[in-house]
Write a protein that binds this ligand. Structure first.
Ligand code: HEC
Ligand code: HEC
Length: 471
């Protein structure tokens, strides 16, 4: 899309609707009008605190009972084996939480700890040392692996206690209004299995909302390739690129779509990784134990708790969880008719936000489920990695993503965050306390869009926030 200065917001709104040049995927998608059905046919007109928990509006009858069973596995509190509910036991020996829902709170997002004394209740810390694992992924820290498990079954020492400390940094809008942004620093206290290597890298991550993921999974790889612009050939200052990761579901290298750095290619693999790394559940895809030989209490506990046959997360539940993740509905946009929402959408595009937060994507005929095929929908992401500058950097590479690159976060459902989660902490580590702070943290490829926002008149900024609040 052509970059427009701030004044263009007021002078040239007509330019935004220009017809696309044939063959230009980006221009064609940009030219499609926004509709309140943000999730295409999967959309549901819901705006209550359980708005992220509904099945897709177009779900087939046959998928409804499967979805319900997937929901049961997602909200279950898992017990150590043998537990009172044989379907949902096998937790640990090391783990972060006892259920998926602990971090994907009401299918929305987690929140960061308030300070060093607070636990990571709905977030986690990834770790690695320089180098790559055999699949090209992050190089695990010896003994500890690639994620800290701060909890253990009885007799199994937790790996460490992540502590988060915040520092404030002040800034000003161009009109003089002051703001303050806060940044986390993570340390790993009480390591139970020896000191961490000096070059250990950490990355604090919030659980993300899990709506509309089946649609994101079904966008053809060819679209993402067409949207990526690694060398910034179109000269717009934005050079999104794909993360390419090893997918356990297909045993192939594929384009990454899930996680804050697009570090997972398929929901099947993402779910299995979550089950293992976050809750210690083995599965057919990852039939391994979390504990290393240097963690003997854990190895022993895992041996005792091994199911007689199958895995902690059995094949049937894995399949049901997959359908659940694929068919969660996207809530309908609210108040699209309000003038401030309409002006906000125009400004969102004119400021350059839509260059990464692509308003419209489409799925093709080949989708994971028929409900997801041939959909036009509005996720506000290009699923690509962007250099967001030093401010947001975690300095921890993840597959092809560098320490400064992040996947464009989808913005559908954003306006329901307060209602669903009772807070508005945003960004990968939850540092932003509201939408404006999230925007003000943008840098790197998004520096220009951020500056456009920071230097806009208050009325324009409020329109943008009204628009985002309607999503
Ligand atoms: C301890 C917290 C925690 C638990 C428990 C947890 N997750 Fe997650 N989940 C996360 C975080 C953090 C991310 C982002 C990961 C990243 O950036 O690498 C994530 C990402 C995801 C995603 C990708 C979402 C997206 O928008 O890209 C899916 C799907 C998912 N988790 C499913 C599950 C399932 C299924 C379970 C239960 C088996 C589960 N999670 C348990 C924290 C958690
Ligand atoms: C160069 C690409 C790019 C541009 C341009 C851009 N963003 Fe983003 N945006 C991102 C990425 C990447 C993230 C995730 C960053 C992170 O979590 O650290 C993000 C995150 C966000 C979030 C937080 C979402 C969440 O789930 O936590 C909001 C809100 C947002 N952007 C709004 C905007 C607005 C408004 C504009 C225009 C002023 C804009 N962005 C411009 C790439 C971009």
């Amino acid at each position: 899309m052509k970059k427009l200065g701030i004044f263009a917001v007021f002078l040239l709104p007509a330019v935004l609707g220009q017809p696309a040049a044939a063959g230009d995927v980006r221009a064609e998608l940009m030219a499609l009008p926004l509709t309140p059905d943000l999730g295409g046919g999967t959309t549901r007109p819901v705006a209550t605190n359980d708005a992220f928990t509904f099945i897709a509006g177009n779900a087939a009858e046959e998928h409804k009972p499967v979805f319900a069973r997937g929901n049961a596995a997602f909200i279950a509190k898992w017990d150590p084996a043998p537990g009172p509910k044989p379907d949902f036991d096998g937790l640990g020996p090391l783990f972060n939480a006892t259920g998926c829902i602990d971090c994907h709170v009401d299918n929305g997002r987690g929140k960061p700890p308030t300070g060093p004394e607070d636990n990571l209740a709905s977030s986690l810390v990834r770790v690695s040392v320089p180098g790559l694992d055999p699949n090209g992924g992050p190089n695990p820290v010896p003994v500890y692996g690639d994620q800290i498990q701060p909890l253990g079954l009885e007799g199994v020492p937790p790996e460490a206690r992540p502590e988060v400390r915040w520092s404030e940094h002040s800034g000003r809008y161009a009109d003089g209004t002051r703001y303050s942004l806060r940044k986390p620093r993570v340390t790993l206290a009480s390591p139970a299995y020896g000191p961490f290597p000096k070059d250990t890298m950490t990355s604090l991550r919030m659980g993300n909302p899990v709506i509309g993921l089946g649609l994101l999974e079904s966008v053809p790889e060819s679209t993402l390739r067409a949207l990526s612009d690694e060398t910034d050939a179109n000269g717009d200052g934005i050079s999104g690129r794909m993360n390419i990761v090893f997918d356990m579901a297909t045993k192939m290298r594929k384009v990454g779509r899930f996680g804050w750095k697009a570090n997972n290619a398929s929901l099947r693999h993402q779910n299995a990784t979550a089950a293992l790394s976050d809750m210690g559940l083995s599965s057919e895809m990852l039939p391994i134990d979390l504990c290393r030989k240097e963690q003997p209490e854990g190895v022993e506990a895992a041996r005792k708790a091994k199911p007689a046959e199958g895995f902690d997360l059995n094949a049937e539940h894995a399949e049901e969880l997959l359908v659940y993740m694929q068919l969660l509905a996207v809530p309908k946009q609210r108040n699209p008719q309000l003038p401030e929402v309409q002006r906000g959408e125009t400004a969102f595009r004119a400021l350059g936000c839509a260059d990464c937060h692509m308003p419209t994507l489409q799925t093709g005929p080949d989708a994971a489920l028929p409900e997801l095929a041939n959909q036009t929908f509005h996720p506000f992401t290009d699923l690509l990695l962007h250099d967001m500058g030093g401010g947001l950097a975690d300095h921890r590479p993840d597959n092809l993503a560098s320490g400064t690159e992040w996947r464009t976060a989808p913005l559908w459902g954003l306006g329901l965050t307060q209602k669903v989660n009772g807070h508005t902490f945003l960004l990968h580590d939850g540092r932003a306390r509201n939408v404006a702070e999230a925007i003000l943290w943008h840098g790197g490829e998004a520096e220009r869009a951020k500056e456009n926002f920071r230097t806009s008149p208050k009325a324009v900024r409020e329109d943008v926030l009204a628009f985002l609040g309607s999503l």
